[in-house]
Write a protein that binds this ligand. Structure first.
Ligand SMILES: *Cc1c(COP(=O)(O)O)cnc(C)c1O
Length: 434
């Protein structure tokens, strides 16, 4: 299958090129040229299938032409070494828990899949030249990418993060790994890290010295696999007899996660409608209301992994519906919530049901509470384990929530990182010496 760019100027690319390059040369995002509809028989039997079986069927529709069947199956099965259960929270409201992976957030799925697919293409190429992944992080992306790529042959990962600006838990998740993961602690803010990475990709001398690539959420191999768990959520709702009039609600920041859900819908997933839940960064909400897309400066909120003022994947959603505001608003509605709203949602849910929401999941849960209509069932994505935000959650709920063992294990590890200034020449000479 070929991939085109949302900017329509770059040449069509193979899956391999799209995965290795990430962004098209016209700065657009890659889109698959065709989206295959899955047959009715698949949806009839989906409730009898395992997560891996369901995911392989979806993966085959996207990647089957470009990856050998056995290899693709292995990639899918290795990626999904954990469950994504749907659990009831309130009347007709269910939580799709996407936090049972190694770093306790949904980004594990895309990061693990991408690492394995890139590893497959590198091996096939037969070159012994190392591929170097550079990633800038404000916390969550770095941990998912570092853990996803840990131990994958032929790839080395450099995680750049701002000194003193990521939580202790997050920092431990990518500085204690060793092996093919190097953490670089930049004396600056997240934007400095991002600038350093972008400058590195444009530096000719550095690119001649080493093969560089990125692993951010615009990569097709990172966002598409996120469709897997929407099909699996549907299967679980069907098992409970709750699959009719299903509403899927996705707490959204850069819009990769909801975009994967919309691709699922285009493949025939029987979801009636979608809700994109925003925090106070409400560009998409405003787009739905006015038809105009106006990027905003980022606002800091309690749900900080959704603090995005100009979501990259908007371009994909726009393209998927031919730029039609009418088609977009007939399928997707928006929602926005303030920090005090997030806090009261978390408290109310905890007091009345005992369920502990994290600040991101709270945005999704409240959107369903406000927007769900008579006769509908709603599923929201609980995108991270509340323990990832333990300090905030405990302060809001007056709790002392337990830290899962795999998170505690990271915290016992030895922190190793390379301190660096925010001057590109320092990063460059470090990389040139590798
Ligand atoms: C990344 C992230 C989001 C936002 O997902 P997008 O795909 O960027 O819309 C929401 N919640 C958590 C916990 C995240 O880490």
């Amino acid at each position: 299958m070929k991939y085109y760019s949302t900017n329509k100027k770059a040449q069509l690319a193979s899956l391999e090129t799209a995965v290795v390059k990430g962004l098209a040369e016209d700065r657009g995002l890659y889109m698959p040229q065709t989206i295959k509809k899955l047959p009715k028989s698949f949806f009839d039997d989906i409730d009898k299938m395992s997560f891996q079986e369901i995911a392989y069927t979806v993966a085959d529709a996207f990647f089957g032409e470009d990856v050998e069947a056995e290899a693709l199956k292995q990639i899918v099965y290795d990626t999904l070494a954990f469950d994504c259960p749907v659990v009831p929270v309130e009347d007709n409201i269910y939580s799709l828990e996407l936090f049972h992976g190694p770093t306790l957030a949904f980004k594990d799925v895309g990061a693990r899949f991408m690492a394995r697919l890139l590893g497959y293409f590198i091996k096939k190429e037969g070159s012994d030249e190392l591929v170097n992944v550079l990633v800038a992080t404000s916390g969550d992306t770095g941990s998912a990418v570092a853990n996803g790529f840990l131990g994958v042959d032929g790839i080395h990962v450099y995680v750049l993060y701002p000194k003193g600006k990521v939580s202790n838990i997050q920092e431990c998740q990518f500085t204690t790994l060793g092996k093919n993961i190097t953490a670089i602690e930049v004396d600056g803010v997240f934007d400095d890290c991002q600038r350093l990475v972008k400058t590195a990709f444009m530096d000719d001398e550095l690119n001649k010295h080493m093969r560089l690539t990125s692993a951010n959420s615009i990569n097709v191999a990172r966002f598409l696999p996120q469709a897997f768990y929407y099909f699996y959520a549907y299967a679980q709702m069907k098992r409970m007899g709750k699959a009719d009039n299903l509403v899927m609600c996705v707490p959204s920041g850069n819009f990769g996660n909801i975009c994967a859900a919309l691709f699922g819908h285009a493949m025939g997933l029987p979801v009636k409608r979608f809700i994109a839940a925003n925090n106070e960064n409400d560009v998409f909400f405003q787009y739905l209301r006015t038809g105009e897309y106006k990027p905003q400066p980022t606002k800091q909120t309690l749900a900080n992994a959704m603090d995005v003022g100009d979501p990259s994947n908007f371009a994909r959603i726009y393209d998927l519906y031919g730029g039609s505001h009418e088609r977009i608003t007939s399928l997707i509605s928006g929602f926005t919530i303030t920090d005090p709203g997030i806090m009261s949602t978390m408290r109310y849910c905890h007091d009345t049901t005992g369920y502990v929401l994290d600040p991101h999941g709270a945005c999704g849960s409240q959107a369903l509470k406000d927007e769900l209509k008579e006769g509908e069932s709603g599923v929201f994505c609980e995108t991270a384990h509340p323990a990832k935000f333990k300090e905030k959650v405990d302060a809001i709920l007056s709790t002392d929530i337990a830290i899962p063992e795999r998170l505690a294990a990271f915290m016992r590890g030895t922190k190793q990182s390379i301190p660096m200034s925010s001057d590109f020449e320092e990063l460059k000479s470090f990389l040139m010496s590798r």
